[in-house]
Design a protein around this ligand. Structure first.
Ligand code: AVJ
Length: 322
């Protein structure tokens, strides 16, 4: 049996239907918004990887520092035989966990779950090349509903890294954490990465780099609409905007129309008008504090067992269990 399998849990037309519904509703709304999951086609996933290599985008490096310091401890505490990773992307930092878990001996199952099939295939093959005894069962799925996980040996460790929890607004987070709780047995655990509240200048710089990589990532969602829905957006008609909402403690990314724009979306029989300066919200990236994370976990039936930050206190990893 090959140690690599890839399962599409959603039929391709389900993804297409979800995109249509999100665009239809989100662009008819006032203010306009789109969920961030549509950034991640092959090009968008590539641009995100490029973002993670920017010095101003500190979350990736900060989370890696924590994993470097704590991976062995995480392996010892959880004794996981299956690592499930939600929103796995390139799985680059996950290597540290896989190294630590396989160093304990015995086979390990890795179940990466992501919307990007290209990212899953690339990451899975690269990991297998370096880890004998590893089995990779990749799932193409978004994590808005419970993924149907393969039957693999426990204990299970579900990792949700990178701060992606912050892409959900509070009500969505509560539902998501309850969904994760429903996937966990008594011996299982959740490893959660959260970016932390800090000075606004640092936060805004991380979402508005001088090289314009984040701007290209943001505009890429319009290219996705053009390709998938036959729309006629000119991405350069829009400015990239990143703002810190101090009340809700989240970063918002928006696309702001430079002048009045009319776009056709023939696949939806839709015309979308933007006034000059009108904004489309493309992402919320919430930032957290320890007390809030503890409360949100508790509300989902999970107890925060360990809270680790990088030495500068920019980012946190939480280990939680039922
Ligand atoms: C992958 C969701 C964690 O919110 O920081 C990076 C995505 N957006 N730059 C984040 C992102 C703009 C990223 N997450």
């Amino acid at each position: 049996m090959s140690p690599f399998s890839l399962t599409r849990t959603l039929p391709p037309d389900a993804t297409a239907a979800a995109l249509r519904a999100d665009v239809q509703q989100g662009l008819a709304r006032q203010p306009k918004e789109l969920p961030p999951r549509w950034f991640y086609d092959a090009r968008g996933s590539e641009l995100f990887e490029e973002i993670t290599r920017l010095a101003v985008y500190y979350p990736t490096g900060a989370e890696r520092e924590i994993l470097q310091a704590r991976a062995t401890g995480i392996a010892d505490v959880t004794r996981a035989r299956t690592l499930v990773e939600l929103g796995s992307g390139s799985s680059e930092k996950t290597r540290l966990l896989i190294d630590a878990l396989t160093a304990r001996g015995g086979p390990l199952h890795y179940v990466p779950v992501d919307v990007s099939e290209s990212a899953l295939t690339g990451a899975g093959k690269a990991l297998l090349a370096d880890h004998p005894g590893l089995t990779v069962d990749a799932l193409v799925a978004d994590f808005s509903t419970a993924p149907a996980l393969p039957a693999t040996p426990g204990p299970h460790l579900i990792a949700f890294l990178g701060g992606t929890l912050g892409n959900l607004v509070p009500g969505e987070r509560a539902g998501f954490l309850r969904m994760v709780r429903s996937l966990l047995g008594d011996e299982d655990a959740l490893l959660l990465g959260t970016d932390l509240v800090k000075d606004p200048a640092t936060l805004v710089a991380a979402y508005d780099d001088a090289q314009g990589v984040t701007a290209a990532f943001n505009r890429n969602v319009l290219a996705v609409l053009n390709r998938e829905l036959d729309a006629d957006f000119a991405p350069d008609d829009f400015d990239h905007v990143a703002v810190w909402d101090a009340e809700r403690e989240w970063i918002e990314m928006r696309l702001r129309a430079r002048s009045a724009v009319t776009a056709k979306i023939p696949a939806l029989d839709m015309t979308v008008d933007f006034a000059a300066g009108e904004e489309l919200r493309t992402e919320v990236s919430a930032k957290f504090r320890e007390a809030g994370v503890r409360e949100e976990l508790a509300a989902a039936g999970l107890a925060l067992r360990y809270w680790w930050t990088d030495p500068c206190g920019r980012f946190a990893l939480s280990l939680a269990s039922p």
